[in-house]
Design a protein around this ligand. Structure first.
Ligand code: HEM
Length: 401
């Protein structure tokens, strides 16, 4: 899903590179082919990441005042950092998320998910509807992140509200009143982060120890709290919803003929929580034969790249293990490729392995609803109830990319 209404922005089939004006006045070059998206991601000199966190709807003075009142600053740290500090900051974060440390979380996470699934099964059996987003997706990634990276001691609900407010403030089409309210929410939590950045242990202490300024520590924590848990929460919900409409895949999981890891990759290809990601052209150049003036906002349509027929055998079908399934760009590519990919994969694998059997006997009461947002899917809920004994759930999957 691009911004609502964008599907109609281009007359006929999408060209490889299309110029589109968004609803708030910005012009973007939308890149639709896998090879071109990859080419841009792989070359951070020609295509800089500086605009990755720019607000899509320019933030008006009144909301900016609210942010500065909380001493909000977002210097280049990770995703939007093209400078020489990027590799060092990235290495410190990557160490905290090392594959061995991530793998060590599996027993804890499996036990937690198993307990929750048992509770959900009992409620479904009693005939009650259950919101799988709230029960299996919303908080698990944050709990996992907190075990790997020391985080401010804030209630889960407060972190989730802050993260979702940040995704809306920076990536949604907004009016001034909403911006003001979101700026207050984001600013409040930013102040908590600032305090923690100065005194917290773990990752914050390591970044401070490496000589990074408090602004950099806050920026890294800010991005991790948003990118490092909200994205995976969204993905878990989108994947569970998709699997509800894929009875053959679930049968394969049951029979052991379909691998959980292949289901996760096919899910990332077809239901990526991050639909687009931005870069900015550093010089006058061309992309796939299209002239690109310096300063152009490049909107890389990651979700569409995952469905490129040049890469994947059956682009629209959920076929775990099919040719090209793993070549999706859901985690980006190149110097800024997602450092949390291993963690996200582990979380999704555990949830699929433990929760897929639940989906064999449910009907969707309320599919996930996704608000208008340039980049993030942000599903809000996913409610199911038990299907009567003689029917098996086969609900059509929701809105695709
Ligand atoms: C399904 C879940 C996730 C998806 C789809 C996802 C996707 C992405 C994408 C598209 C980027 C930009 C890559 C680029 O510019 O080439 C990114 C960057 C990043 N992600 Fe993730 N991510 C996920 C989960 C996570 C998790 C669990 C963490 C950490 C706990 C994380 C931490 C980061 C960081 C730190 C960056 C910036 C890397 C850099 O600029 O060097 N992400 N992610």
């Amino acid at each position: 899903m691009l911004f609502r209404g964008w599907e109609a922005a281009v007359d006929g089939p999408w060209p490889d590179v299309a110029t589109v004006v968004d609803g708030v006045g910005g012009t973007h070059l939308v890149v639709t082919r896998h090879a071109l998206v990859r080419q841009v991601l792989a070359d951070p000199v020609t295509w800089r990441p500086d605009n990755a966190l720019d607000a899509v709807t320019p933030i008006p003075v009144a909301a900016l005042r609210v942010l500065t009142g909380h001493r909000f600053r977002l210097p280049p740290t990770l995703a939007n950092n093209a400078g020489p500090s990027h590799p060092e900051i990235r290495a410190i974060v990557a160490e905290a998320l090392h594959p061995d440390r991530v793998a060590a979380q599996r027993p804890w996470l499996t036990a937690l998910v198993r307990t929750r699934v048992a509770g959900i099964a009992a409620e479904l059996a009693a005939g009650r509807p259950v919101d799988l987003h709230a029960r299996l997706a919303a908080d698990l990634p944050l709990l996992a992140l907190a075990r790997l990276v020391e985080l401010p001691d804030a209630p889960v609900g407060a972190v989730k509200n802050f993260a979702r407010a940040a995704l809306e403030l920076f990536w949604a089409p907004l009016d001034a009143d909403r911006q003001q309210a979101l700026a207050a929410e984001v600013g409040r939590f930013h102040a908590v982060l600032r305090e923690f950045a100065g005194a917290g242990g773990g990752l914050a202490a390591r970044l401070r120890g490496a000589g990074h300024s408090p602004d950099v520590v806050v920026g890294a924590l800010f991005f991790l709290l948003v990118a490092g848990q909200e994205t995976t929460s969204q993905f878990l919900t989108l994947l569970l919803h998709r699997l509800t409409g894929e009875p053959e895949v679930r049968a394969g999981l049951r029979a052991g003929t379909v691998a959980v890891a292949d289901v996760v990759e096919e899910g990332l290809r077809l239901e990526p929580p991050i639909v687009t990601w931005r870069r900015v052209a550093a010089t006058d150049t061309t992309l796939g034969g299209t002239p690109v003036p310096a300063g152009s906002s490049m909107l890389l349509w990651l979700a569409r790249a995952g469905r490129d027929p040049e890469v994947v055998a059956e682009p629209a079908g959920f076929r775990p293990g099919q040719r090209g399934s793993r070549r999706h760009l859901a985690f980006g590519a190149g110097a800024h490729r997602c450092v949390g990919a291993q963690l996200a994969r582990l979380e999704a694998a555990v949830v699929v392995a433990e929760a897929a059997p639940l989906l064999d006997a449910v009907t969707v009461v309320r599919p996930p609803w996704c608000p208008d947002n340039l980049t993030f899917r942000m599903p809000d809920a996913f409610v199911v109830r038990r299907t009567s004994r003689d029917t098996v759930a086969d609900t059509p999957a929701g809105e695709g990319a």
